[in-house]
Design a binder for this molecule. Structure first.
Ligand code: SF4
Length: 353
């Protein structure tokens, strides 16, 4: 099987009926600042007659992206503050991100790394930079888990993925390798036997975290791709971004979480949307997010409950947004306690109210 080519220009989006003539100029202006791409399989899912289509909302450029608010940041979760060498983010003691590539098969309009991904982004690690990143991991016995993200690591060829896994296999203290990807849902044909074999390494346990935000992303082909991964012995978990106009609805969220579980993907993260530039039209408040997550309790099985996560702006790490580590303050702010015990204010402008 070969993966189909993504649509990567506003002209291609227009020809596919995804951008209306009267919105072409705005879409071009958006594309000058942020990369656009959608795979043919996702484009086929979009109802051209529905102006509120939740798949289109995730991938079709929108004039709202031209509005950047003062509180929005190029690096909303503070990757750069925790990057000791190129390609590594070391925020927590026992795990690192390894960002080998900054390319994706689709470009999500809400992406928290939108200033880093795409052809104009941080690119693919050079062989020398990859050597340095692997050496950093090898020299630190406290690193138990390596999380390949980017970008979408599953755009790399099986040969390159295998080469990375071989290098990690030589590091005894690394026990877990986790891949964060949208590929099984957005480009399922790419998930073939060679790719799956490349995700395995002797002595390591591989997790594949599938990013999906709406139950319609689970097409027949996507379900089959997921089944190929799970049948091969890899563990799958989910990640979803809570997005206004896509899944900010109790019934949609419940169906999405059930769909993950039915496909042997354990719900893991439900991310509160980050303060990425030009994404305010996607953001709920923390209070709205908490109410939605609360509505899942009791409504769906415990198997279907994700952790609702806020990445504290500025690089202070993740916190459970529905836990006592996030408390309402009198002034419309939330007081947020990070994993080190330090407290930060999350203001109404940031989505606190
Ligand atoms: S796949 Fe992930 S890294 Fe790529 S654009 Fe979407 S959110 Fe960003």
């Amino acid at each position: 099987m070969t993966a189909a080519r993504s649509l990567t220009t506003v002209a291609e989006f227009f020809e596919a009926g995804l951008v209306a003539e009267e919105k072409r100029a705005e879409a071009r202006a958006v594309a000058e600042g942020y990369t656009v791409a959608i795979t043919p399989s996702l484009a086929a899912l979009i109802d051209r007659d529905d102006p509120l289509d939740p798949i289109a909302r995730q991938f079709v450029p929108d004039a709202a992206e031209l509005v950047t608010l003062p509180e929005e940041r190029a690096d909303p979760i503070g990757d750069l503050a925790h990057s000791p060498v190129e390609g590594i983010v070391h925020r927590y003691p026992d795990r690192v991100l390894l960002k080998a590539v900054h390319v994706c098969p689709v470009y999500c309009r809400f992406c928290f790394r939108r200033e880093m991904v795409g052809p104009e982004g941080l690119g693919t690690l050079s062989p020398a930079a990859l050597d340095a990143a692997i050496a950093y991991i090898a020299e630190r016995p406290e690193i138990w888990e390596v999380i390949l993200t980017g970008g979408d690591p599953l755009v790399l060829s099986p040969r390159r993925l295998h080469a990375i896994m071989e290098r990690l296999a030589e590091i005894p203290h690394v026990k877990i390798v986790r891949f964060h990807t949208r590929v099984p849902a957005v480009d399922p044909a790419r998930v073939d036997a060679a790719l799956i074999a490349a995700l395995k390494a002797s002595g390591k346990t591989t997790y594949v975290a599938l990013h999906a935000n709406h139950p319609r992303e689970f097409t027949t082909d996507a379900r089959a791709a997921i089944a190929r991964i799970v049948d091969a012995g890899l563990v799958m978990i989910s990640q979803t971004v809570l997005l206004k106009g896509v899944n900010d609805d109790a019934a949609v969220l419940a169906e999405l979480m059930r769909t993950f579980v039915e496909n042997r993907v354990k719900p893991y993260y439900l991310h509160h949307p980050d303060l990425a530039p030009g994404t305010s039209h996607f953001r709920l408040t923390l209070a709205e997010g908490r109410a939605l997550v609360e509505s899942l309790r009791g409504r769906v099985s415990g198997l279907c409950q994700p952790s609702y996560i806020l990445d504290i702006p500025g690089g202070h790490g993740k916190v459970r947004a529905d836990s006592r580590a996030v408390e309402e303050a009198d002034d419309g702010c939330f007081r947020v306690r990070d994993f080190r015990g330090e407290t930060h204010l999350y203001s109404p402008e940031e989505g606190g109210a």
